[in-house]
Design a protein around this ligand. Structure first.
Ligand code: ADP
Ligand code: ZN
Length: 741
């Protein structure tokens, strides 16, 4: 049987990555064991590797069913660039090409074959399957299989035949968006007996979340774009017309923008997409159709001009930013008019699953109006309970006023408990307020103890507080069971252990409007924090990448991702060993581009008098704040790190909470310490013996500052970069101290 060791070797050889991300190894192991699995990971989480590596390492060919034609091309291109034998079959391929691919397929020459669902189900293809040596079936975008999902495709439901016909070939169903109901349905629709379900965290800490009132949207966008110069991004609009008008206005204002929607001729559409992919065009104003079929990993921001219809779509759309793991910003404009627009569209035109759709819309609205950390709201929607605030959303950065809401929460939860989770939210409020409605007496709800115990709040107030409880994960709405309000694991603590609940006081519409207006004004004038350091070396490497991409007719991010270029710009590798240690530099990429990038780094740095030693930390530069309200204290990124450190969080926890890399956090703390702003001892963070080991190899290296990558190599790759970085920080302090003496 194939082993995980082989999987790791393939990961390093083909992709140039050192380690698997959480869950990838377990998923791959399960496939090796012949199990059927359902994989739930956010966009950019790393699903593809979960089926690509088994398909590459096991005997035979892996068949990947994907509904998105453009994405297939992209994935196959990326695989080939890494030296993997892959091809795709769909309606865009000519008959003669299809035949040629078919022949190679029969001879077992491919590790991976991507097909559209239509192709899979076609007579010719499905009857040829038994004659092939297939090692796995991967169903990408598997939520399309469920009518509960938001992208239901009827043809997907015919894929049950796979398990029936090939009971021993493992099936992997992958999706980025599936609530509990959809998850159950995927297994049912594919007829997977006892699938192993892997749910990775849906958290994407590198995406900042920001919701702003939909007032003066265009002005707000202009400010936002000025802070994201030369970065690729998408503005999603609800209508074709608005994509055109926003793009036209942007162009008039000197921005490099185009529009994209389903009503355009196909050739214009693909031109826009192509220009965007190739980094020839920075801004695309689009309807949701755009972005589905592209894997571009260096989208640095996403703006929603209008609110999407559900959280799945929203999360998928913002998920198109920052797939390379580097920081990216997202901004959503909210106005109640958008909610009404969606309500009308759904109620007037969409008869199937109308209630489900409306209640999903409602959850989207709740996210937009949330008063708690927005990331918690999103993650709760995907059934993840996170206790910590994220620190990377507008609410965390600018918090509202809370009060002790334990008693109202207990009243509501107790009422839900006493009615045995059998009613929806509106009726629940009627019970709490002791209403005289006929329905209540019919159901005999007036007899429960909590009836009329919540008269102190108006209907609207209850609605507001219940939405907060929902957003905080204390209650759930059962979409598959008449939208009844249900208790959750978290509600127990409140009901039985007096766990405190924080709620936000309701403000009147007028107060809110005034506040929102003020806020919009302030925001218009406030430059946002730019997280990334994009130095000139990075910009130069970007140009080198663009030239190669042009020459080879390939998207730049397939040559190397932004994240890989950033690491190169920071580490400045000038030896083969160091270059190969950069994440994303695999065998094929090293052979094709390694030396060229090494030379580019070296000559650029020498010509421009730049120190060739690596920048160990990638700490953000402090933002230049020009306009600032005196009563709005600005906490620098260093200061935020310091505060968390003083609260006693570990370095890892600080990194997670701040959505920054471990290295960045060490960099922050080292700088604060150097400037005498914080008392920090790094030694306790070192594992036993690491410091001594690191010291022992230093005499063999060049002068300080030392390169972590070299030390990593010198120590047989046995000590993590994180530990090496701490050790180097301690070493530097010691050295500087002894210099002083
Ligand atoms: P998804 O299909 O879940 O949206 P991808 O499979 O496209 O995500 O992966 C997103 C990005 O993360 C890609 O650039 C991919 O190469 C990278 N990636 C995936 N797994 C790893 C890993 N183990 N180490 C480093 N990068 C990884
Ligand atoms: Zn937050």
């Amino acid at each position: 049987m194939t082993t995980l060791q082989q999987a790791t070797t393939a990961l390093q050889h083909y992709y140039g990555y050192d380690t698997f991300r959480p869950m990838q190894a377990e998923i791959i192991q399960s496939v090796y064991e012949g199990k059927n699995v359902i994989v739930l990971m956010p966009t950019g989480g790393g699903k593809s590797i979960c089926y690509q590596i088994p398909a590459i390492t096991m005997e035979g060919t892996g068949i990947v069913v994907s509904p998105l034609i453009a994405l297939m091309k992209d994935q196959v291109e990326a695989l080939r660039a890494n030296g993997v034998k892959a091809a795709y079959l769909n309606s865009s391929i000519s008959m003669s090409e299809q035949r040629a691919i078919g022949e190679k397929l029969y001879k077992g020459e491919y590790d991976l074959l991507y097909v559209s669902p239509e192709k899979l189900l076609s007579y010719d293809f499905s009857t040829s399957l038994p004659h092939l040596n297939i090692n796995l079936f991967a169903i990408d975008e598997a939520h399309c299989i469920s009518s509960w999902g938001h992208d239901f495709r009827p043809e997907y439901t015919k894929m049950k035949f796979l398990k029936k016909q090939f009971p021993n070939i493992p099936i992997l169903a992958c999706t980025a968006t599936a609530d509990k109901v959809t998850r159950k349905d995927i297994a049912k629709q594919l007829d997977l007996p006892k699938p192993k379900v892997f749910v990775a965290s849906f958290d994407r800490p590198n995406l900042s979340l920001d919701v702003r009132p939909g007032i003066k949207r265009f002005e707000q966008i202009v400010t936002f774009l000025k802070e994201h110069e030369n970065q690729s991004g998408i503005i999603y609009c609800l209508s074709k017309k608005s994509t055109e008008s926003v793009a036209a206005k942007l162009k008039k204002n000197g921005f490099d923008a185009a529009y994209y929607h389903a009503g355009m001729p196909a050739n214009e559409r693909s031109q826009v997409q192509e220009d965007f992919i190739q980094d020839r065009l920075s801004i695309v104003c689009a309807t949701i159709a755009f972005g589905m079929g592209i894997d571009k990993s260096n989208v640095r921001w996403v703006v929603h001009y209008n609110m999407p219809r559900n959280i799945e779509s929203f999360y998928q759309e913002i998920g198109r930013a920052g797939r390379d793991g580097a920081d990216a910003d997202t901004l959503l404009f909210y106005s109640y008019a958008d909610v009404q627009k969606w309500q009308n569209i759904i109620s007037d035109n969409e008869s199937s699953q109308r209630d489900v759709k409306l209640s999903k819309l409602e959850r989207m609205q709740q996210y937009s109006t949330a008063l708690f950390c927005r990331r918690k709201v999103l993650l709760n929607y995907f059934s993840e309970n996170h206790r910590e605030n994220c620190g990377n959303c507008d609410i965390c950065k600018n918090p509202p006023q809370y009060f002790d809401g334990t008693i109202p929460a207990q009243k509501a939860l107790s009422a839900i408990y006493r009615v045995r989770e059998s009613i929806g939210m509106n009726l629940l409020i009627e019970v709490l307020r002791g209403s005289q409605r006929k329905e209540i007496f019919q159901l005999e709800l007036q007899k429960i103890k909590t009836y009329g115990q919540g008269r102190e709040y108006s209907f609207q107030e209850w609605r507001y507080y219940l939405e907060q409880l929902l957003n905080q994960g204390y209650i759930e709405i059962a979409h598959d069971d008449g939208s009844k309000v249900k208790l959750t694991e978290a509600s127990r603590g409140v009901l039985f252990n007096n766990e405190p609940v924080q709620l936000v006081k309701m403000v009147t519409a007028k107060e809110r409007e005034e506040k929102a207006k003020k806020k919009a004004d302030v925001r218009l004038r406030r430059p946002s924090v730019r997280h990334r350091v994009r130095d000139e070396v990075f910009d130069h490497l970007r140009q080198v990448r663009a030239e190669i991409a042009r020459a080879e007719g390939m998207p730049p991010y397939i040559v190397f991702s932004d994240a890989t270029l950033e690491e190169m710009a920071a580490m400045k590798p000038t030896t083969e060993q160091a270059m190969r240690a950069v994440s994303g530099v695999g065998e094929m990429k090293w052979n094709k581009y390694g030396k060229q990038f090494m030379r580019a780094i070296e000559s650029y740095c020498i010509e421009n008098n730049i120190d060739l030693t690596p920048v160990i930390t990638t700490a953000p530069q402090p933002t230049k704040v020009k306009v600032m309200k005196p009563n709005e204290p600005k906490i620098s990124t260093y200061e935020q790190t310091r505060l968390l450190y003083e609260q006693g969080l570990s370095l890892k926890e600080i990194a997670t909470q701040r959505g920054r890399s471990f290295t960045t956090i060490i960099g922050h703390l080292a700088k604060l310490k150097k400037e005498g702003k914080a008392e920090i001892d790094f030694r306790p963070f070192l594992e036993k013996g690491v410091y001594e080991q690191v010291l022992s190899v230093l005499p063999d290296l060049k002068e300080p500052p030392y390169r972590s990558a070299e030390i990593f190599m010198a120590l047989n790759e046995e000590i993590s970069f994180e530990q090496i970085r701490i050790a180097l920080t301690v070493e530097e302090e010691e050295r500087l101290n002894s210099d002083k003496i």
